[in-house]
Design a protein around this ligand. Structure first.
Ligand SMILES: [Zn+2]
Length: 86
C-alpha cells in the first residue's frame, strides 16, 4: 500500500480507479458512501461525515490497475467475438 500525501498524478489515478465500474470502489467505514482522493488521503462524500483513510493499494495509486482493467476488457471482447461466431 501507499500512504498519503499523494501527488496530483496519484490522485488522478485514484479518481480513475473510483470511476471504474468493474472494480469495487473504496468506501467509507462509517457510512458506506464512496470516498474521493485528496492530497491528504481519502475523504467521504457524505456531508458531516469526517471519515478519512490515508492509504490505498499500490497498484491503484500507481495506475497499474488500469492494465488489469484493459486486459479484462480485451478478454471480454475476445469472448464476445467468439460468441458472435456461434
Ligand atoms: Zn462517510
Amino acid at each position: 500500500m501507499i500512504k498519503a500525501p499523494w501527488t496530483t498524478a496519484q490522485i488522478e489515478n485514484l479518481r480513475k480507479r473510483q470511476a471504474e465500474p468493474t472494480l469495487h470502489s473504496y468506501t467509507c467505514d462509517d457510512c458506506g458512501n464512496d470516498l474521493y482522493p485528496t492530497e491528504q488521503g481519502w475523504e467521504c462524500y457524505t456531508d458531516g461525515c469526517n471519515y478519512t483513510q490515508d492509504w490505498a493499494h499500490t497498484s491503484d495509486v500507481t495506475g497499474e490497475f488500469q492494465s488489469l482493467v484493459d486486459f479484462r476488457k480485451h478478454l471480454d471482447s475476445k469472448i464476445d467475438a467468439s460468441l458472435e461466431g456461434i
